[in-house]
Design a protein. Structure first.
Length: 207
């Protein structure tokens, strides 16, 4: 863009049922890692990055999660139809950001079940985005040295319209892979594990 610090939001998706982890809605995001609920560790990293605004989309187990966490200035919005899948949470979150009174250059899409989120990765993605025009490649995505999840995704504002046509339990992975000319890949060391099962939580605790 012009080398300036971009005005970026963080959109945290935390509405899923987590049924592979537990039959109890919200249990996965409240499972303890590093002595804190998993979602709290994600929000700690988001706060370290210091975005212009943070929006957390809640759905399954929302009341329990709201009561359990120590919130700061995060905006919480509800997906009242979380069974429609991740696409519905993305749409709820993007709509909230569109209504934000001060203009935003883009937003990170962050998953609430990725407790090893890194602020330095977010800073690197922002720096890569700032070095180009927003319309050149409006999605900036990490490509880790260890194969696996490619999160967080930075969606500059021209790419927000991508979310409008999503349906079902589809995140951004399919979109990112289907239009490589619109995606800026950023090679980075490490990996970004997510937690879907109790076994994966044990593995994450050891990292």
């Amino acid at each position: 863009m012009d080398g300036r610090r971009l005005r970026l939001a963080v959109l945290v998706l935390a509405a899923g049922a987590g049924s592979r982890f537990s039959d109890e809605p919200g249990a996965k995001l409240l499972a303890e890692i590093d002595g804190r609920p998993m979602l709290s560790t994600v929000l700690d990293t988001v706060r370290e990055y210091r975005p212009a605004v943070t929006v957390v989309v809640l759905g399954h187990g929302a009341d329990r999660i709201e009561a359990a966490l120590d919130w700061r200035d995060e905006m919480r919005v509800r997906n009242h139809e979380p069974d429609r899948g991740m696409s519905s949470s993305l749409q709820v979150g993007i709509d909230a950001l569109r209504a934000f009174p001060e203009p935003l250059d883009g937003t990170f899409i962050v998953l609430g079940d990725q407790p090893r989120l890194r602020a330095d990765v977010m800073q690197a993605l922002e720096a890569a985005a700032a070095g180009q025009r927003a319309t050149d490649r409006p999605a900036v995505v990490p490509r880790y040295s260890h194969a696996g999840a490619r999160n967080p995704v930075l969606l500059l504002r021209p790419a927000w319209s991508w979310i409008d046509g999503l349906q079902g339990d589809r995140g951004l992975g399919v979109l990112v892979e289907s239009q490589p000319d619109a995606v800026l890949d950023l090679p980075l060391d490490g990996e970004m594990p997510d937690v879907d099962t109790p076994l994966e939580l044990r593995t994450a605790r050891e990292r």
